[in-house]
Design a protein around this ligand. Sequence first.
Ligand SMILES: [Zn+2]
Ligand SMILES: [Zn+2]
Length: 402
Amino acid sequence: MFLISPDKATVNESLESFLIRLCKANGFESYQTMALVIRDWLQDNDHEAAGSWPLTLSRANIYHANHSSGFRVRALKLLDELLDTNSPSMLERCLLNTTTAFSPNLASVSQRNIIIPLKFIRTSTIPVCPQCLTEHQYIPQLWHISPYEACHHHKCELITHCPSCNEQLNYLQAERITHCECGYDLRLINTIKAPTINKVISEYIAGKDVDCLPLRADMSERFGIILWYQNRYLHSKSDDDSSLISFFEHWPQSFFEELDDLSKTACDKQLKSFNQTDFSVVFGDVLTSCQKLPFRTLQQNIVLEAVVDYLISLVEKNPKCKMANLGDLQLNIIETAALLSTSIEQVYRLIEEGYLQLAIKLKLHSRLSPNQGAFYLRQVIELRQSRITPTYSNNMTYLPSW
Ligand SMILES: [Zn+2]
Ligand SMILES: [Zn+2]
């Protein structure tokens, strides 16, 4: 058996779109018919891989396979052997599970080493650009990613609903690329010009350099920045995200002003001495929300870099004196790990070796709880400044684990 590759296979096409076209090119009437034939072929070659071969298109991508993703990788690699060699490999089209998390503990998937927050992957509606469909009959991976709401080629809004039957568009259900499930030709839809904000975000995550957003070469960082902004400032779908542009145009001053306001409010409303106040009482989740976006080092995480810069100058402006001040706020172990760009295990090691002193007295044999204020901000900043940041690593190791 040898499968005919569909025409013009490009690397930015989604796995599912490619599979639909593979069906068509080989005369199968549905994905499932083809999937059964492929599974039978795999059965003869590799029993384990055959068992993990997906029979439903909407579950085909590797990240859907929780336990057998290793086998599914093998199955897709075997499928490559059935295809012409000049098309990009099946694995390159897949979204893979990763162990990397975006703060605060959000799962992610990866494609060609780009880490994408899982919550950005669309599940119910996959919108389309009618003009793109007229030019090429495939679905780009970008249309699966939720902040991408405008076509960055045609500057128009993506279409989410069929004008004829009013249903949400999802080509995975219809197994048709240019038509809605009801038969309507999506290429006939007149498009409307996208609002600037949608256009800017789409261009940004499509990899173009946009003046008003932070220039980052690594796409994973760009996803981290958008995710962080959405989590921090947009609380419902109706929230206007157009302020994102002015926010980042004045980065990091815009953010520093917000942190200044928080500091000022804390001083005005102070009830407890600052050396007995938790950092989060004053600054909320400022540190934990940017700990991993998805990287921890300052070179790869501009938000954490801004927070660290801000806290360094805060400590400088509030030198140690008799009266406790904002430099004496208490950090918990998670915030300390964030501020040191390191792991919680490393923080425990730093305590054991005496590099970090606890600000509180622990009862005998009790373990420090992750949310308990335990270190003075000043001391953690001093430790951070006393160590040279290694640029080669995603994780700062202060002490070896032996
Ligand atoms: Zn388009
Ligand atoms: Zn329809």
